[in-house]
Design a protein around this ligand. Structure first.
Ligand SMILES: Cc1cc2nc3c(=O)[nH]c(=O)nc-3n(C[C@H](O)[C@H](O)[C@H](O)COP(=O)(O)O)c2cc1C
Length: 178
């Protein structure tokens, strides 16, 4: 894709009663986005349709969260996640996302559907700290070498697993408790 926007630390806030909706194919290529998605992302509809959903990936997001997301979807289950997104102008916006697989009449997954709303600010505070720890672990292990990405991912998954273990909660229980 074209060059990524440079994050500028300006926040966009989703309105209390608004929902961002998007649909993708099985690879995460955007097939549909509602008007709020278009507005919050800062991209036009034609820029979004056909793009990989990582078009709004923010560099503050740890990779292990997306790994967990895709592993859960691959198991045909829905997933909840707090996601910091990057708009076209470099600003960011937080969402609380629910992503579900869509099935055809034979039960095969034909794509994914996501609805997001504004998270509570108390949840964002907690998640920001957790994600910063996970990202730091990924960066520590990767140490600037793309060849170490797998190890970096394993290390942050281990850190997340340990964190959830200490809380005696599953990932979903923890996320829904925030
Ligand atoms: C339906 C659906 C919605 C998604 N929504 C987002 C999103 O809002 N922000 C985001 O960064 N990734 C989202 N993803 C995950 C992206 O596909 C991608 O895995 C992620 O941005 C990490 O990109 P990368 O693997 O290129 O680093 C979504 C995936 C699906 C299937």
């Amino acid at each position: 894709m074209a060059q990524r926007p440079t994050p500028n630390n300006k926040e966009r806030v989703l309105n209390e009663h608004d929902f961002i909706v998007s649909k993708t194919d099985t690879k995460g290529i955007i097939k549909y986005g509602n008007q709020i998605f278009i507005e919050m992302s800062g991209y036009s509809e034609s820029e979004l349709i056909g793009a990989n959903h990582n078009i709004i990936r923010h560099p503050d997001m740890p990779r292990c969260i997306f790994k967990f997301l895709w592993d859960t979807l691959a198991a045909k289950q829905e997933v909840f996640a707090f996601v910091k997104n990057l708009s076209k102008d470099g600003s960011y916006y937080w969402v609380f996302a629910n992503i579900t697989p869509s099935f055809d009449s034979n039960g095969a997954v034909v794509g994914y559907f996501s609805v997001r709303r504004k998270p509570k600010s108390a949840s964002i505070k907690v998640i920001t700290e957790l994600y910063a720890r996970l990202l730091a672990e990924e960066q520590r292990v990767e140490a600037g070498q793309a060849s170490r990405r797998k190890e970096a991912m394993a290390a942050s998954v281990a850190l997340l697993t340990e964190f959830l273990h200490s809380k005696k909660l599953s990932y979903e229980e923890y996320i829904l408790s925030l």
